[in-house]
Every structure is written in structure tokens, then in C-alpha cells.
Design a protein around this ligand. Structure first.
Ligand code: PHE
Length: 451
């Protein structure tokens, strides 16, 4: 079977790279990476994270894009027809389903946190943080997150904006904007790192982030580092697959992947280099958790000249970065609804979005009135985050790797992913068939205490 014609597609390679980087770069890099690196002891965690990005994330991203490009449909239907094409079991479509559910659950809390960034745009622009101390910034944050109405309003607004953009469709909605936002975010991060360099604790922050001390790793740290590699690269749930399904025929999957992975990693490391020096310079703890950036960055902006301006700009950009990720979290569900049920995108968005909004209430209340409700020692937010990032995404990613590596016809795969006849080609096959699946398996065994 030859490659199917494209239904809608990105206008260029650059548009794809920007959209996929838009999906990858988001709260995961700037909000989540620093706080989980802080909670898991820094350097050793970061090293494991980087190894997972290189050995598991990059090869799986190539596989995920090629599946999408070959199937040209939503992840569920792509898996179904690709399996059909080679006489494999239609049960492979459940990989798509797992992704739709994971994306849905992730978006339910992602939207709440993205709402925080919107609230901080407002606070910054009102100058609430000018000259603020770390203690006062902590108090502002606690007061904010303990008031469910605030979280609820912003969660609702963010979800509405996401759905509005997704309902406009691929070329109208998804493609515009990322072009300017990503470079601007990068420049502002550089500004923050520059500030951190003069904070007096740059060395300490830098060492915390990059000097590996394996004795600081907790029981789950390796699992969390691996989960973060999947989360940050948007892998294992079909977001990248669905973007790959809009890929023009001539675009190189391998080269695009490298760009995306490098950009994503650089942004996360820059965020860490900006935040940890601020933590140490202000005698804060790296283990502040999900509120970390909301308690540290206002201090930095509060002290720098024109800080209210730069701070506002920063949170605006972070909001856009979150938005370009959130649209990809719901796109697999929307694509499936509109494709299978012949529904308008608008309708599909309304259905998927309202369910997701409802699920987000669990996260909203877990930061305040339901804060004491815990399963396995985790609040609702923590549990949803843990299960999706550290379990569902790796399982989804490994299944895609196994499908591309073992089930699909080798010629078909190589036609989609031409890596030449040399080392790159061989390395990819070894990574996708053996190393990536085996590493995930070993990490699972380790986390469950068997290894
Ligand atoms: N990669 C996004 C981020 O880092 C989150 C995301 C995960 C988006 C999975 C899509 C799929 O913020």
C-alpha cells in the first residue's frame, strides 16, 4: 500500500517543528521540571532525565511521528488501520485509546496550573510583586491556591480558550502564534538566567542541578525522571502522532525530532538554571513542590528593573506555551470524535472539553478543601499526575515502539524514516526494538520494588 494522501497538513517543515515544539515546550519544562528536580535531589535526577530523553524519548518520538504520518488519521484509527494493513490484531487501537484517556486526564490538571499562570499575569501587571520578599511571595501563593473560586475561574477560562482554538482546526488554530512565542520565551529565560547569575547563589544552584549525587535519589526518582522525559516531549499519548499525521510527505522525521528534543531540553535546563539560584539566594527550599516557580520567580522579577513589565511578559509567554501544549492534549480525542462520529470540530470540542473541565475540579479542590483526601499518600492532583506521566505515557510509548519495531513491515518503516544505511539506521533499530522497551520495563520493575 502506498502512502495515503494527506487530508489537512502543515504548510511547511518549519510549521510542523514549531507546532510539535509548541506541544513539547510547556508547563512541563518551566513549571514541572524544576519542582520535580528539586524534590528528587537535583543533579542525579537531571542526569537520568537526560539519558531517558536521549535513549528512550528521541527514538520513540521518531516512531510516533512515523506512525501518524503513515496512518494519516487520529491515533485510535491510525493504529487500527496500520494493524489491519499487516494483518495484526485490531486490539492495537487500544494504544490510541490509552492515549486519549491519558491526554484527557493530563489536560484536566494542566488547565488548572495554566490557570495559575493567567492569574499571575494579572498579579504581575498590577505590580503586586514589586520589591517583594520570598516569604511574602510564598504567602501570596498560599492565599491564592487555598481559595477554590480563584482556581476554578482560571481553570474555566483556560479550558475555554483551549477549546476555542482547537475548534478552529489545524491550519486556522494550531499553527499560528508558536512562531513568535517560542523564541520570545527563550529570550526571557535567558534574561532570568542572567539575573540568576548575579543573585549570588548561581554556583550553588548550578551545582544542585548538574552535580550528580546518587544518594539523593528517592525510591521513585528514576521512574519520575523517565516519566518526565515522556511528559516533556509529549510522547506516548498520540499528541505527536496526531501532529505527525498532518506532516507533509517530504519532511524529514529524524531531523525534525532532533530539533524538537533539543529545544525542549534546552528550555527545561534554562528554567532550572534560572530558578535554583533564586531558591538558594533567598534561603528557600528546592522542595517547595508545584508552587515552586510561583514563589521564586516573583521575587526575581520584583527585584529587577522594569520587573513588573518583564514578569508580566514572562507569564504571558508561559500561558501561551501552556496553550500550545494543551491543544495537543485534546487533539487526539477531538480528531477521533469528528472522524468517527462525523461530528463538527466544534461539537467534538464541546463534548471532550466539558468532561475534561469536570475532571479538573478534582485538581482544583485537591489544593485546598480536598487537600486531605489521599490515596497511596497522594492527593487527587498528585495521583492523576503520577499515573498519567509515569505509567500511562511510558506504557503507550513502549507499545508504539514495539509496534514500529516489531509489528510493522521493515520496508514501510524505513521508507517513512530514511536514516541511510549506516550507523544511525542501526542505532535506531536497536533503540526502538530493545533498549527503549527494556529500559522502561526495568524502571517499572525497579519502582515496584521487584528490582
Ligand atoms: N509536553 C507538554 C509540556 O511539557 C505536556 C504534554 C504532555 C503535552 C503530553 C502533550 C502530551 O508541558
Amino acid at each position: 500500500m502506498t502512502e495515503k494522501p494527506v487530508r489537512v497538513q502543515w504548510t511547511s517543515r518549519m510549521a510542523f517543528i514549531l507546532a510539535a515544539s509548541g506541544s513539547a515546550i510547556g508547563l512541563g519544562n518551566i513549571w514541572k521540571f524544576p519542582y520535580i528536580a528539586g524534590e528528587n535531589g537535583g543533579g542525579a535526577f537531571v542526569l537520568i532525565y537526560l539519558a531517558c530523553v536521549a535513549a528512550i524519548g528521541v527514538p520513540i518520538m521518531m516512531a510516533e511521528i512515523l506512525l501518524g504520518k503513515r496512518g494519516r488519521l487520529s491515533p485510535i484509527n491510525t493504529m487500527l488501520i496500520l494493524a489491519g494493513e499487516i494483518g495484526a490484531t485490531p486490539a492495537w487501537r487500544y494504544v490510541g485509546w490509552l492515549g486519549v484517556i491519558a491526554g484527557f486526564l493530563i489536560l484536566s490538571y494542566y488547565s488548572v496550573i495554566a490557570g495559575w499562570t493567567m492569574a499571575y499575569v494579572l498579579k504581575m501587571s498590577l505590580g503586586s510583586f514589586v520589591g517583594i520578599s520570598a516569604i511574602a511571595a510564598g504567602e501570596v501563593f498560599s492565599a491564592f491556591k487555598s481559595t477554590p473560586q480563584f482556581l476554578l475561574i482560571w481553570h474555566t477560562v483556560f479550558m475555554a480558550v483551549t477549546l476555542w482554538i482547537v475548534s478552529l482546526g489545524v491550519s486556522g488554530g494550531l499553527e499560528k502564534g508558536t512562531r513568535f512565542m517560542m523564541p520570545a520565551l527563550f529570550i526571557l529565560l535567558l534574561l532570568l538566567v542572567g539575573y540568576a547569575m548575579n543573585s549570588g547563589a548561581f554556583r550553588q544552584g548550578f551545582e544542585f542541578l548538574f552535580a550528580p549525587d546518587f544518594s539523593r535519589l528517592g525510591a521513585d526518582s528514576v521512574l519520575i525522571a523517565m516519566g518526565q522525559a515522556f511528559f516533556s516531549l509529549s510522547l506516548g499519548m498520540g499528541a505527536i502522532m496526531v501532529y505527525g499525521s498532518y506532516l507533509p510527505t517530504h519532511v524529514s522525521i529524524a531531523r525534525s525530532t532532533l530539533w524538537i528534543a533539543v529545544a525542549d531540553t534546552v528550555i527545561a535546563l534554562l528554567a532550572g538554571m534560572a530558578i535554583f539560584p533564586i531558591i538558594f539566594a533567598n534561603q528557600l527550599e528546592p522542595t517547595l513542590g508545584p508552587g515552586l516557580i510561583f514563589q521564586t520567580l516573583p521575587v526575581a522579577f520584583g527585584q529587577m528593573p522594569a520587573g513588573a513589565f518583564f514578569g508580566t511578559l514572562f507569564f504571558v509567554l508561559l500561558f501561551f506555551a501552556a496553550l500550545s501544549s494543551s491543544i495537543s492534549l485534546i487533539e487526539p480525542a477531538v480528531a477521533w470524535l469528528s472522524e468517527t462520529w462525523k461530528m463538527s470540530r466544534f461539537r467534538a470540542c464541546a463534548i471532550a472539553g466539558s468532561l475534561c473541565w469536570l475532571a479538573g475540579l478534582g485538581t482544583v479542590y485537591s489544593f485546598n478543601v480536598w487537600g486531605e483526601i489521599k490515596w497511596f499518600g497522594k492527593t487527587i492532583f498528585e495521583l492523576v499526575d503520577f499515573v498519567t506521566a509515569n505509567i500511562m505515557l511510558p506504557i503507550g510509548g513502549v507499545l508504539m515502539a514495539l509496534f514500529a519495531g516489531w509489528v510493522m513491515n521493515r520496508q514501510t518503516v524505513e521508507a517513512q524514516l530514511p536514516l541511510g544505511k549506516g550507523l544511525a539506521q542501526r542505532a535506531w533499530w536497536i533503540l526502538i526494538r530493545y533498549i527503549a522497551p527494556a529500559s522502561v520495563f526495568v524502571v517499572f520493575l525497579h519502582a515496584s520494588g521487584i528490582l
